[in-house]
Ligand binder design. Sequence first.
Ligand code: ZN
Length: 331
Amino acid sequence: MVDGIKTLQQAIQHFADKENCREFMVFLRWPDGTPKCPYCGATKLTWMAKAYQYRCYGDHKPQKFSLKTGTVMEDSPIGLDKWLPAFWLLANCKNGISSYELHRALGVTQKTAWFMLHRIRLAMEAQPGVMFGGPEGGPVEVDETYVGGKVRNMHRSKVREKYKGLPVQATAAKAIVAGMLDRDLREVRAKVIPNTRRDTLQNMILDGVHKNSSVYTDESQAYYKLAEKQFVHDTVNHMEEYVRGQVHTNGIENFWSLLKRGLKGTYVAVEPFHLDAYVTEQVFRYNNRTTKDNPLNDADRFMLAVSQIVGKRLTYAELTGKVGETSAEPF
Ligand SMILES: [Zn+2]
């Protein structure tokens, strides 16, 4: 559906045409080519070109719906001509894009751009995937990192050195992100966690990694009992310079650098809720990056992001606790 579209400029040109947007959205939402009413499933619909809406004849209200109804874009007054390029931008920029940059690029207000970015990130959320590791699977690196506050960009071992004896969470206002990397799948999963207690970190491993997998972590106490839980556990000593063969967490640490580079350049807020959304975005780009084995291009990443828009909803009130943007115009 985006054959021949290779660049952002081509995407902008293509989606500047309302009919192209409609064709694209129909293809995306109803691959058999027959639009269905999101309220009752009826296919007896009338396309009202001028209003850019469908009308259903079923006994329900509202009877009209747009191509955005039932997606993360529902009720947005912003047109698909801006939404679709915004997906393209966020799926493909290396370090993310700030609401200020999006506001200038699309000619929407910064507040609108901010809200759009959050809704696109919701679409980027990974579907529950396979368990990491396994007897046949590759080793899994597990680590956590601190974002914001004074100890930003410092590894925990260095933090511990600096704040001897103090519980690390008490040293500065910051959020903790935990992550796992499966080396064979070359895939990362990461999320904001409330604390670095053993149960928090071990539950993440128990829920997401096959027993008997090789798990590499640092020497934190939180990981001490993994061997008892049937994992092959090995630890990295960050004070030592050398790497013992396969035993390292360089992959996940590399992901942390990418995450922080983006945060530093483009994002200011580190409240856990918003940080989690940003982590989702960075995980999406990392897991869909171009590699020799997986030669994805920009159009592929765009398609992956927009293919996940249906059935998700994020309102302005949910995001901010305030009532702001509401339903209005359809396109
Ligand atoms: Zn209907």
